[in-house]
Design a protein around this ligand. Structure first.
Ligand code: SF4
Length: 716
């Protein structure tokens, strides 16, 4: 959640102070030192000819600006300061002597009058420039040139909408508004405050300001301007001494009553492994923590937990709530996990969330659970269910996106569930995630798992939702048809923070269609290139959301693998593909050539069993991909719409897209099962070259380990 960012450098900074205090200069300096996006409220507020915006539009604009995860906003605009303060990490108040402020404002007005428009708000300046250009072209024959001075024939540009009121504002700010700024900024208990004193001899003023702030109950750090600027450049987690406002206890988000919670991926032998699929365990945990709960997160599957170890954890943890993550791949162990929890923690509130409960919610009615999340974002549904349990509100009619047990029956979800805006997502705490075990799971490339063997992966979930809506994909029902995406700056900050804490070697961006928003990708690439170290990375998208210039930028920013859903080259299967994925063969050849030229591995998903295709067709598709120097990853067609509530676990596990084909079904469709099985289990001899492109420590490979064991046996 956003609050977890408090452990890092401040990313949402307000720069305040009276007119002429030097806010803009400080904000620009800060933006250039930190790379945070900078917004000047004067540019946002004033329209051409010093027109004011509609108040509602103005409020909406400020909410848009502050919705991002990182920004610097320069400007006071007191009536709406609460909107910005509520989202800020840090308030920097510039305190400059009144006479100096007055002189600066007058000097600025004179500069503008003389034709230097650089201090004017953006739209006022643009209008003045176009008026000047117009008058210049109209009068060029006679006058020969048009100076910006006084905007040429359009008359002098007003230096400010209201010069005299502006001068009055300076005096009033010192006398009265200063206090209001402090009080309104501190209404956010998490905000820290730094006062930068811009005076020639700041000593006595620093002491006076500090005393005044203390009398307001707002302890802050107060420093002369050069020291404050140096401190901001170093961007500590919070300026030392700038503590949250006293007397205001930091509240957990929402109204949640803190519970002791276990979020667990139950024990299971994976038929397939992708760290991104396990991530909900940790995003749910992080979100619940941000809501004030005490949370343990456990990936018992990847940790190869025995059922005894899982039972120990459940029994000894004395949890008030247990969240079991569900998946097609672990359905066979789910009932056992629920039974263990019921037996070993009988008072715990038991809830499940995951891919399977979205596709087949009816199946879960047969399990002794208290709640099943069936829609919206997992963490939103889980948090709502825990709030229900913690508040003891069985009188509520139900919850959106969550089925709740009531006696022997179930209360249906009251709506489709809550999709959280991206700025409310909680990024996983890497200390929770067994990345060492994940690396082991990726170690043999023949398995065709999604990771890069022998290199430690950091998964960064940057987007959710996909508007493309392939009929064989569960992303739209799991995450919605509208894409939501976190800011590129937040993603890069997270990467930097995680690499500082753990020896990661590359990044896996987890997004359904990574290049759906190309402008975002370009911004991300620019930010990655500006980082002091290089982060190799991979992503997944479609062939049609790539262009050559973008591939070039991605390669320059460290991209080593792009995964794409090729699905099939068979013309008969066209009806099973969405429009944007039609004619994949032509597009594939082009994209493969771009990637080959730039040293990016193209990793292509092929669906075996797609309606209209044959096993031979799937094999032809795979051969064509390999011949073009790309990597083919066969997956199985899964008609999710055919699922039924009364299916057995074994039947449901057949819907696992990643591994097992029901041989009887294949035969009844008129195909030879052997051909299918060869595609999935036969191996293709392709080993990724990407490992060699990512710097990393040498590993003891399984082959080397096997050699060592065989040597020992021979010696014995
Ligand atoms: S483009 Fe990819 S993520 Fe989007 S619906 Fe199709 S398969 Fe799913």
């Amino acid at each position: 959640m956003a609050r977890s960012k408090r452990r890092g450098a401040p990313n949402r900074i307000l720069v305040l102070g009276c007119p002429g205090a030097g806010k803009t200069t400080l904000a620009r300096q800060l933006a250039s030192d930190t790379g945070l996006p900078l917004y000047h409220l004067d540019d946002e507020y004033w329209g051409a000819g010093w027109t004011r915006p509609d108040p509602r539009r103005w409020e909406r604009r400020q909410r848009e600006l502050t919705a991002g995860e990182s920004w610097i906003i320069d400007g006071n605009y007191l009536p709406t300061i609460h909107l910005r303060a509520a989202r800020a990490d840090l308030v920097v108040l510039v305190d400059t002597a009144t006479t100096r402020c007055l002189l600066r404002v007058l000097a600025r007005a004179w500069r503008i009058h003389r034709g230097d428009h650089s201090d004017l708000p953006l739209r006022v300046r643009a209008a003045a420039a176009s008026a000047s250009a117009g008058s210049a072209s109209a009068g060029s024959a006679s006058a020969g040139s048009a100076s910006l001075r006084g905007a040429g024939a359009s008359g002098p540009v007003r230096a400010t909408r209201d010069l005299l009121p502006l001068l009055w504002m300076i005096i009033r700010f010192r006398a009265r508004d200063w206090r209001a700024v402090v009080e309104r900024a501190c209404a956010n208990p998490d905000v820290a405050m730094l006062v930068a004193v811009g005076r020639r001899r700041p000593g006595r003023r620093v002491a006076a300001v500090r005393g005044r702030l203390e009398s307001l109950g707002a302890p802050s750090i107060v420093l002369p301007m050069p020291a404050a600027a140096a401190l901001l450049r170093s961007r500590p987690a919070a300026p030392p001494g700038a503590k949250p406002h006293p007397g205001r206890r930091r509240q957990p988000r929402g109204k949640d009553r803190p519970m002791r919670v276990l979020v667990a991926w139950p024990p299971h032998v994976p038929s397939y492994f992708n760290a991104g699929h396990h991530l909900p365990t940790f995003t749910i945990a992080a979100y619940l923590r941000a809501n004030g709960h005490l949370v343990d997160a456990l990936d018992a599957g990847a940790l190869n937990y025995s059922w005894k170890e899982f039972g120990d954890r459940v029994f000894q943890g004395r949890y008030q709530a247990i969240v079991l993550v569900n998946e097609f791949d672990l359905v066979e162990g789910l009932r056992r996990a629920v039974d263990y929890c019921r037996a070993l923690a009988p008072d715990a509130f038991l809830v499940t969330a995951g891919r399977l409960s979205y596709q087949n919610p009816g199946f879960f009615r047969t399990l002794p659970l208290d709640a099943v999340v069936t829609g919206g974002d997992y963490e939103a549904g889980v948090a709502a269910a825990l709030r229900w349990a913690g508040d003891g509100r069985p009188d509520l009619p139900g919850l959106p996106g969550v089925a709740m047990r009531r006696g022997d029956g179930w209360t249906e979800p009251t709506g489709p569930g809550v999709w959280l805006p991206a700025h409310e997502w909680a990024l996983p705490d890497v200390a929770d995630i067994p990345y060492v075990s994940y690396e082991q799971l990726y170690s043999r490339d023949q398995n065709k798992f999604c990771g890069i063997p022998q290199r430690r992966e950091l998964v960064v979930p940057v987007a959710r939702g996909c508007p493309i809506g392939c009929s064989f994909c569960d992303v739209p029902s799991m995450q919605g048809l509208r894409e939501r995406r976190m800011t590129a700056r937040r993603a890069v900050d997270y990467i930097r923070d995680c690499f500082a804490r753990h020896p990661f070697e590359y990044v896996a961006f987890y997004a359904p269609t990574f290049t759906l928003d190309k402008a975002w990708v370009r911004q991300l690439c620019a930010l990655l290139r500006a980082e002091p170290r290089r982060y190799p990375w991979k992503c997944a998208t479609t062939l049609h959301h790539l262009d050559e210039a973008l591939v070039e930028e991605m390669a320059a920013a460290g991209c080593v693998r792009i995964s794409v859903g090729v699905e099939t080259f068979e013309p008969d299967a066209a009806g099973a593909l969405p429009r944007v994925k039609q004619r994949p063969r032509d597009r594939f050849e082009v994209v493969a050539a771009w990637c080959n030229r730039r040293g990016i591995e193209l990793n292509c998903f092929v669906i075996v069993g797609l309606p209209g295709t044959t096993p031979e067709g799937a094999r032809r598709t795979i051969e064509a991909i390999t011949a073009a120097g790309a990597r083919a990853r066969p997956t199985l067609y899964t008609p999710y719409h055919d699922m039924r509530a009364d299916m057995t676990e074994r039947e449901i596990s057949g819907f696992n897209r990643q591994l097992f084909a029901d041989v009887a079904q294949v035969r009844s469709a008129g195909h030879e099962p052997e051909e299918f099985l060869k595609l999935i289990f036969g191996g293709d001899g392709y080993l990724t070259p990407v490992t060699a492109r990512i710097p990393g420590a040498p590993r003891t490979t399984d082959a080397a380990r096997a050699g060592a064991v065989s040597a020992l046996n021979t010696e014995a």
